[in-house]
Design a protein around this ligand. Structure first.
Ligand code: SF4
Ligand code: SF4
Length: 432
């Protein structure tokens, strides 16, 4: 078990012991450190019981026809070029498609999806998905009929909204998220808030879809003060939903996506305090993530049920383009290694591009495994190591806050048999 050093209000430090695989929190005598009879019971609930699939390059994951979440990749083109965009690396790998492909996609869908009434979610993805509006107009009415129980959603950069598009998406009962980094947007790329015409449309969209509209920010080296980001958006839109897509991952070792270790330490500590004092909980995503952290300890959740956080290793989550190519996830193109199969040959789809967390010694030994679930499953090398470092400190904030909620003590240190990644190119920035 890992040893956690826990500081009380009186200033004494006692150890607690935690297992990332059983989520047990024990005191020195080996008894549960969380009183299961108190209000923490409110957090109890059924834990998922299905074991993960240990996907690896030589142990491909499979997909099932009973798809629960369908991510439709419309094209990776975008009218913006954000600094750290992971999709930018993939644009050349996207298979071009047309409105005719959208029609054929619909004609063929009965051939590969079983139990359409069991579909829970349909997501439309770009690039910038509104660049592909004509395809959307073809697809959505038929998909709505096909999947009557599914929720539909789209993530956009918000720069291509028109009144007609907004009204139509509203008529189709979409929830909408707009990617924007708030005060950090300037470091990311173009800012539609600065264009008066675009801003008016963003106002209209926010008003039209609220509460099913959120501004989604990525936490980056340039902008990672959660409260400052929430305040920035709420200055424009009082009471709006501010979501967070988490910490930026490094896909091209771009400096805009790599935190220094000093930044990560300060960020983690500050976010812990914002979670505990409740100010960060103004964001629903922050609130939900903290609840999950508390719940995993109260329910003593086994790591056996942990798929990757994005879920794209799950057999019933499928990313597909309009040519029917199945890809690792919605962020990659089908030309090249990330094509993992085709819907016309469904039984031979093989997720062989990725590595489940259980195959990485760092994740196996990681205190925040229950919250991070392995970062990006297809990343490797130093890009994965940078992403792992960012995820480690981000999730440590929730771990620390959950421990405080459950024990009244503040974690001031931890130790044990923890394997942290070592960057190959710059050994000066090793951690732990
Ligand atoms: S922080 Fe790193 S080691 Fe820990 S679970 Fe996430 S990716 Fe794995
Ligand atoms: S595999 Fe998952 S984490 Fe990685 S880019 Fe795709 S959706 Fe994101």
């Amino acid at each position: 078990m890992l040893r956690l050093e826990m500081l009380s209000r009186d200033g004494d430090v006692i150890p607690l012991f935690y297992s990332q695989h059983t989520s047990q929190l024990l005191d020195q005598q080996g008894f549960r450190a969380v009183d299961m009879s108190d209000d923490a019971l409110l957090e109890r609930g059924a834990t998922p019981s299905r074991p993960f699939v240990a996907v690896d390059y030589d142990q491909p994951g499979r997909k099932v026809r009973e798809v629960k979440k369908l991510k439709i990749q419309l094209g990776l083109g975008c009218n913006y070029s954000c600094a750290y965009c992971l999709q930018a690396q993939q644009v050349g790998n996207a298979a071009a498609s047309s409105t005719r492909d959208a029609s054929e996609f619909l004609e063929n869908i009965d051939g590969w999806i079983a139990e359409p009434e069991g579909m829970e979610k349909v997501e439309l993805w770009g690039g910038e998905p509104l660049l592909y509006w004509k395809k959307i107009e073809i697809l959505v009415p038929a998909l709505k009929r096909k999947f009557p129980n599914a929720k539909f959603s789209i993530i956009t950069n918000g720069s291509l909204f028109t009144r007609e598009i907004i009204d139509q998406l509203k008529g189709w009962d979409f929830s909408v998220a707009m990617s924007h980094d708030g005060p950090g947007q300037g470091g990311r790329g173009d800012d539609p808030f600065e264009d008066p015409h675009k801003f008016v449309m963003i106002q209209y969209a926010q008003r039209t879809f609220h509460p099913r509209f959120s501004f989604n920010a990525v936490l980056t080296p340039r902008s990672h003060d959660v409260n400052a980001i929430i305040d920035w958006f709420r200055d424009y839109f009082p009471g709006c939903n501010v979501g967070f897509e988490g910490v930026v991952h490094s896909y091209a070792s771009d400096p805009s996506s790599i935190f220094s270790m000093e930044q990560l330490g300060t960020f983690s500590e500050a976010l812990s305090r914002q979670l505990v004092d409740g100010s960060a909980l103004r964001s629903l995503q922050m609130h939900d993530k903290l609840r999950r952290a508390v719940r995993s300890m109260v329910n003593e959740q086994s790591s056996d049920v942990l798929f990757q956080k994005c879920g794209m290793d799950m057999p019933e989550y499928l990313a597909v383009d309009l040519k029917g190519n199945v890809t690792t996830c919605q962020n990659v193109g089908a030309i090249g290694s990330h094509k993992i199969g085709h819907v016309s040959d469904f039984d031979n789809i093989a997720l062989n591009t990725s590595r489940h967390w259980s195959k990485r010694p760092e994740c196996q030994s990681c205190p925040v495994l229950q919250l991070c679930q392995g970062a990006c499953m297809y990343q490797g090398g130093d890009n994965w190591r940078h992403s792992c470092n960012a995820e480690f400190f981000y999730n440590l904030a929730f771990f620390r806050a959950a421990l405080f909620i459950l024990t009244g003590r503040w974690m001031v240190g931890f130790g044990g048999d923890i394997v942290r990644p070592t960057l190959k190119k710059d050994r000066n920035v090793e951690v732990c």
